[in-house]
Write a protein that binds this ligand. Structure first.
Ligand SMILES: Nc1ncnc2c1ncn2[C@@H]1O[C@H](COP(=O)(O)OP(=O)(O)OP(=O)(O)O)[C@@H](O)[C@H]1O
Ligand SMILES: [Mg+2]
Length: 552
């Protein structure tokens, strides 16, 4: 064995020992920064490099997320840190994803020279930090201490260390993303629990907005629900300006949220100023620049929109993952809205049903008690009339009897108006016939009634709804229309019952707010049985009220 090979051997043993020590010390480090700093130090030590640096690019591969150095002062460090990862030799190592070894760094055509304050470096070795095809960054060494260039062995060792760095970075990212997943699960869980226990919609949507804002790190999250026809209202808001915009109303048309509601599709907007659908006055007022829109959809229908603005941090744009999270929370919020609407509809339905019951009770009482009492009085008066001897006395009794007769008629009419027994006992058609008859008698209007319902009866609540619509429509015609002809058409389609009441009267402006309760009540009743009401009116063609109610 020659002397030279003995020196080489002991040198190799030193390196091996260093490497083993490095492995041990690395596995005992916990923070990623400490591990990476150790790796640069070990790399410098093992290769005899005067300068060493390790850069990790962020998950999008755009910027340096971490930067560790050896042998470089702070000023130089800061200068290097600001170098875009795509330029010069450093960029080439990442871009080409293979080692670069140079005797004179400035001789290489890829070199762009050194930034100000940067020490002049000669020999250079850069290796990418790679794991399973993903480039996490690179490890650079410069100026081998004996003035020579880096060897192939240096390159192998550095690659080994770069591999360790890759594993450390990947572990940290995995840990980060599992922590993020855990947080997402917690949020979804919390919303799920709130859905089960919280019945009020406002606080529920508030939880959804708050959690989404946390999860996607948005500056502002709001939830808008349709308010009056053609308008939306901010039902929940979290983040900057939240208090200022909570409860504000805006037009459906001319707002981005309105478009999203219509299309029922989520959307990422990277630059609000460039989007022609956005109401720029409104977004300027709250000073936001990017957005994420997700519609709340239940049974294929859009019932609201979640909007998030400005991701916090260096890049305000939202990404696909944010969109996915938004959609998953939107699903829950949509269910909450649907549930709360169902609950309030149920409550309303119970009120209306109770009202009908109470009316039926009053009608029965009027008919049975008051009506019977008046009838007995009538019979008594008849007997009395016969018994009275004087003509004057008989006439007085007769006029009282007449009064009782008309009161009895009033009571009967009132009872029928309250709740026609015919509706319960014989069905919609006879009840409508009576109603129409009464109107024919009362006014000088020709009322045409056509009922085509077939054999089977409609569900009781549908019958009541249709009866009340015709009743209110005819009352309105008598009160407001000055019509000469009225037609009432009641038909049954395959899955719906339809009622249309038309008059040739004066008409009215349907766009101005109704002063009364009649039309609003009609609308409410029709909505309760899942139907639609259409009101058309003009001075030239009179008024048409049409309701279509689904029937199973
Ligand atoms: N058939 C009609 N022809 C002309 N105008 C009508 C007709 N139906 C309704 N209107 C107009 O619409 C308005 C609203 O009707 P609605 O039934 O809601 O209220 P109302 O009849 O005035 O009061 P209420 O029904 O509460 O007693 C009426 O005041 C009337 O001006
Ligand atoms: Mg009315």
């Amino acid at each position: 064995m020659s002397k030279g090979s003995g020196v080489q051997e002991s040198h190799q043993i030193d390196r091996l020992r260093l490497l083993v020590d490095a492995g041990i010390s690395l596995s005992s480090e916990h923070s990623l920064d400490a591990v990476l700093q150790r790796i640069v130090e070990i790399a410098a030590q093992l290769t005899g490099a005067r300068y060493a640096a390790l850069g990790v690019v962020d998950a999008e591969g755009k910027r340096l997320e971490r930067f560790h150095t050896v042998g470089i002062d702070d000023e130089t460090r800061a200068a290097i840190e600001h170098i875009p990862a795509g330029r010069g030799i450093l960029g080439a190592v990442i871009r080409e994803a293979r080692p670069v070894r140079l005797a004179e760094v400035t001789d290489d055509p890829r070199s762009v020279g050194f930034p100000p304050h940067h020490p002049v470096m000669r020999s250079f070795l850069g290796v990418p930090i790679l794991l399973r095809g993903t480039a996490y960054g690179s490890l650079y060494l410069a100026d081998k201490d004996d003035g020579s260039e880096f060897t192939e062995e240096d390159e192998d060792l550095t690659q080994l260390l770069a591999g360790q760095a890759a594993v450390a970075v990947e572990n940290a990212r995995l840990h980060e993303s599992s922590a993020r997943w855990l947080h997402q699960l917690e949020s979804l869980n919390e919303i799920g629990n709130a859905l089960g226990t919280q019945i009020e919609l406002g606080p529920l949507l508030d939880i959804v907005a708050a959690r989404l804002r946390e999860l996607i790190r948005a500056r502002l999250v709001l939830i808008a629900l349709p308010d009056s026809p053609g308008a939306l209202r901010v039902a929940a808001a979290r983040g900057e300006q939240a208090n200022a915009i909570l409860g504000t109303r805006f037009e459906l048309g001319g707002s981005k949220v309105g478009h999203v509601l219509e299309r029922r599709r989520s959307e990422l907007v990277h630059e609000i100023a460039d989007d022609p659908e956005v109401d720029h006055d409104a977004t300027r007022r709250i000073g936001v620049s990017t957005a994420l829109y997700v519609p709340l959809v239940v049974d294929g229908q859009a019932i609201g929109v979640i909007a998030a603005h400005d991701r916090l941090g260096s890049d305000p744009r939202f990404g696909e993952e944010d969109l996915r999270l938004g959609e998953s929370l939107a699903k829950r919020a949509a269910n909450a809205v649907a549930l709360s609407e169902r609950v309030s509809r149920d409550a309303m339905r119970r009120v209306v049903a109770a009202q009908e019951l109470e009316r039926a009770r009053l009608a029965r009482e009027l008919h049975d008690e008051t009506g019977q009492a008046l009838t007995s009085i009538l019979l008594g008066l008849k007997t009395l009339e016969q018994a009275v001897e004087t003509r004057e006395g008989r006439e007085q009794v007769a006029s009282v009897r007449q009064l009782v007769v008309s009161t009895l008629a009033d009571v009967r009419r009132l009872a029928v108006e309250l709740r026609p027994t015919a509706l319960d006992d014989f069905g919609l058609e006879p009840a409508l016939e009576r109603l129409v008859d009464k109107h024919r008698q009362d006014g000088a209007i020709a009322v045409d009634l056509e009922v085509r319902l077939g054999e089977s009866r409609l569900p009781a609540d549908v019958e009541t709804t249709m009866y009340r619509i015709v009743q209110e429509a005819l009352t309105n015609i008598a009160k407001h229309a000055e019509a000469t002809r009225v037609s009432v058409l009641v038909t049954r389609k395959e899955h719906a019952a339809v009622v249309v009441v038309e008059d040739d009267g004066a008409g009215f402006d349907t766009s101005s707010a109704s002063p009364g309760l009649g039309l609003a009540g009609m609308r409410e009743r029709v909505a309760l049985v899942g139907g639609r009401l259409r009101v058309e009116s003009s001075a030239s063609s009179g008024t048409t009220i049409a309701a279509e109610i689904p029937v199973p």
